[in-house]
Ligand binder design. Structure first.
Ligand code: PLP
Length: 444
């Protein structure tokens, strides 16, 4: 018996696999996310607008807690941070990884407990360190030799601060050269191969007010296979064994960072969380047993994989241009709300919403409204051939590293963020207006 004939093949571009789990098709080509029609959101809040599915963010936090039941899961705030997301992350029992006094203060003032926060950064300013100590962050991750004395002085002889050391394990992984951080040819961390990590460890152990709890590494971002993680894990356990042998100190924490890859277009590979968790657990137990080490508390730091798939960007088409054999579909946002295609050549799968088109699809380049030829939002987008000004485009997987990297270019203003949940939409972050730019422009 065969049932395949009964399954209707989805139309090109109709694959919802990368959309939030709550996404449903509406009549007339509409889509709803979190129970809210995206076209209605565009009407009510204007465009461009970013939609964040609250249930999807929470569900992804739960997936991590479930996959890593014994580990500490820290959400990497730089992927996207707002006071509401801080609350969701807190309620779901995750910790937070921040890279600046700004991220830190926003989180703490939104009610996040300081001791569940870890501060990173390759160049922490005096203000970053002052805020970290004032707000009582759980751990500070040391990323350069000079930071050790500065931090020890800031903590003071009577003080106490837990720290980790960021180690470069010499593992190349990540979706693009600009987001690979596991090898010695980039700015983050202290090298395992040239002795910098060893040197820093010895210096930290010599500072009584700094308590070295463990080691940290972060290989890069948009990693879709498990192998780089367990290679790094083995090297980190090896280093922990050497620290015990050299200094007689047994570290109790191992932070393997984030970087878990997600699909931006249907059919793209994503990192399997369950495979990662299973493999790392086994590897950790095995290599610790081999080295005669107690198994340290494990820490993971996902950013993109928590926030990315929960976001959808909405744009209005402003102009369509056919140039030679190319079609340019220009929308009312662009590199000021999403610099990722320009930075790393990332590709997205935008979709026409709010109108049903029967026109054959054609390949188009979705471009922004900014004064840069590189202001491309989606190359090779499959869109209906009759796409026209006034149409609405929705871009899934827009929740991470878009608004958090947004700029004021061309004084267009950064888009608002609207949370959707259980059929309701509410504004989390309002649109940036000309008044905001004027308010900062204080000289004449
Ligand atoms: C950016 C970053 C992360 C998160 O990376 P994702 O790719 O968003 O998972 C985790 N840890 C550190 C130290 C980072 O810099």
């Amino acid at each position: 018996m065969t049932t395949t004939a009964l399954v209707t093949k989805p139309q090109a571009g109709d694959d919802l696999s990368i959309w939030p789990g709550s996404t449903t098709r509406l009549s007339h080509g509409g889509l709803s996310v979190g129970g809210v029609d995206l076209s209605e959101i565009a009407e009510r809040f204007g465009t461009p607008t970013y939609v964040l599915d609250q249930g999807e963010v929470r569900e992804r936090c739960r997936m991590y807690r479930h996959a890593f039941p014994d580990a500490e899961v820290l959400y990497a705030a730089k992927a996207f941070l707002s006071r509401a997301t801080v609350r969701w992350i807190e309620e779901e029992g995750l910790g937070l990884d921040v890279c600046s006094a700004g991220e830190l203060e926003l989180a703490v003032t939104a009610g996040f407990p300081g001791e569940r926060i870890v501060l990173h950064g390759n160049a922490k300013s005096p203000h970053d360190l002052e805020a970290a100590l004032r707000l009582g962050v759980g751990r500070i991750v040391i990323d350069s030799p000079s930071e050790i004395a500065r931090l020890a002085a800031a903590v003071g002889p009577e003080g106490h601060q837990k720290v980790m050391i960021r180690v470069v394990p010499g593992v190349a992984a990540g979706g693009h050269a600009k987001i690979r951080t596991g090898t010695d040819d980039q700015k983050f961390g202290l090298s395992l191969t040239d002795g910098q990590a060893h040197h820093a460890i010895a210096r930290v152990l010599g500072q009584p007010q700094l308590e070295l709890t463990g080691l940290h590494c972060h290989l890069g971002s948009q990693i879709t296979t498990v192998k780089p993680y367990f290679v790094a894990l083995r090297r980190m356990v090896g280093l922990m064994a050497r620290i015990r042998d050299t200094h007689g100190v047994v570290l109790t924490e191992l932070d393997i960072g984030g970087g878990h890859g997600i699909a931006y277009r249907p059919g793209e590979p994503a990192l399997s969380l369950t495979a990662l968790a299973r493999r790392l657990r086994a590897e950790l137990d095995e290599s610790c047993a081999a080295a005669g080490l107690a198994v340290p508390r494990f820490i993971v730091e996902p950013g993109r994989a928590v926030a990315g798939p929960a976001g959808v960007a909405l744009y209005r088409v402003l102009a369509v241009k056919h140039t030679g054999d190319q079609t340019f579909v220009a929308v009312d946002g662009g590199m000021s709300d999403n610099p990722r295609p320009a930075l790393y050549g990332v590709r997205y799968a935008p979709r026409l919403i709010g109108r049903h088109s029967v026109a054959a699809t054609r390949t188009a380049t979705v471009v922004g409204r900014h004064c840069e030829a590189g202001d491309i939002l989606a190359a090779d987008a499959e869109l209906p051939g009759d796409i026209r000004p006034g149409d609405l485009l929705a871009v899934p997987v827009a929740g991470a590293y878009q608004l958090s990297m947004a700029s004021g270019y061309n004084l267009v203003g950064r888009p608002p963020v609207v949370a959707v949940h259980d059929g309701h939409a509410r504004l989390l972050v309002r649109r940036e207006t000309l008044d905001d730019f004027r308010a900062r422009d204080v000289g004449l």
